[in-house]
Design a protein around this ligand. Sequence first.
Ligand code: 5FX
Length: 536
Amino acid sequence: MAESAPRRCCLGWDFSTQQVKVVAVDAEMNVFYEESVHFDRDLPEFGTRGGVHVHKDGLTVTSPVLMWVQALDIILEKMKASGFDFSQVLALSGAGQQHGSIYWQAGAQQALKSLSPDLPLHQQLQACFSINDCPVWMDSSTTAQCRQLEAAVGGAQALSCLTGSRAYERFTGNQIAKIYQQNPKAYSHTERISLVSSFAASLFLGSYSPIDYSDGSGMNLLHIQDKVWSQACLGSCAPHLEEKLGPPVPSCSVVGAISSFYVQRYGFPPGCKVVAFTGDNPASLAGMRLEEGDIAVSLGTSDTLFLWLQEPMPALEGHIFCNPVDPQHYMALLCFKNGSLMREKIRDEFASCSWSEFSKALQSTEMGNGGNLGFYFDVMEITPEIIGRHRFNTEKRKVSAFPGDMEVRALIEGQFMAKRIHAEGLGYRVMSKTKILATGGASHNRDILQVLADVFGAPVYVIDTANSACLGSAYRAFHGLAGGTDVPFSEVVKLAPNPRLAATPSPGASQKNKMVRKQSHFKYITQERILEFNRE
Ligand SMILES: O=C(CO)[C@@H](O)[C@H](O)CF
């Protein structure tokens, strides 16, 4: 086969819950190579399901760190066997599932720095971890530690103002506190604690990589305004924690050159730069090329909102992280548990189990649904914490049902109004240049996207986010290479493919929005009463 022309590129990695994935992106921002290793399928000896071990208590969830190390060995060997030309790699960056934590044994850095190119990583790092089963984001066993942390800093809202989130069981500070309390010997033998993102970067660096601001914002430890570890939070979690974490760095930082292990074993150029790795969600924001005023809506099993914020308003719902591509700004994440499963239920109950009937119902009902409002939470909602189906007619009275088609519109308008109201509660504002980027299963339904455009009063674009964390990591590698904070990220990635316009606001949408939003503000007051009612 003729030698392909040299194709200088950057690599974007994603150490996610179920797999390690990599993409290669050339200077024209085209993806020309991708590879992956699936933990359950390719490393069955670790016995994971969905990449994790759920413990008998039903709350503790961990993943074996050596599985992640071995997955990297395998994917690099697959790339080498496929003839991938590592010598063209200018820089690499990556992402990791957020909140997970890795505990490096005393002496591990020396092992990292003296890797032999004649052996795979996993054989050389076997004895480098003081905890082999690492807590990951699905863990919910640290409620006691969450309460201790909130009490230490003056309450949930105080912690949210300080770190961007109230205490969450999966957040790393609470996980570290649990390990210190329940396994003090392992904690004392730990010389470094990494996130999954900075752990992966350390493997490429051949030494400890710092934690970046954006993923560090998911720990309940980082002061998100000052970008330094909060002494109050550190002190509440565990002793000597600051020295085990190391100082955090801007997400676009070049943290060093690739380890000689990769140069000698795979042929990477010695000057290949490693740009700080970050969390999978911040990397996805970069991959979607979200800009100020934009909002990304992932319509999946649960619905997730990615917001770009200039002036965050930390709340008791949602999470605010330092922005991964603009160190002056922020991003927010809002999760809504009643997503596609709720849409499918209403489709089955009121649209004959048919998406085309569902669409016809949306087409046959007017924007604003004649003032009728509905909020549907068949499972306990995260944002806000409420359950049940709540309907209000034009007189703002609670009713038990709407005529069939209006149920469909009430569901979709209610889901998107809730998203807009909670986004605005975190400081988000729709701007004239706002784009809504829709992804996930429901983004294939144009009638649903039309409601999204009408509720937000902004155009809706659709994007494929299958590789968004990897793509964002490759883009961030180019950004770090170009000088990071001195160069706008949007400038570096301007050649990347643009999203496709799918829906624009109907005439009169903004007027309707004002009316509907007034009612929906009313609705939320009512909802608080419902919440009190549920608590009685
Ligand atoms: O916990 C989460 C975000 O806060 C998840 O999206 C994990 O990052 C998934 F890996």
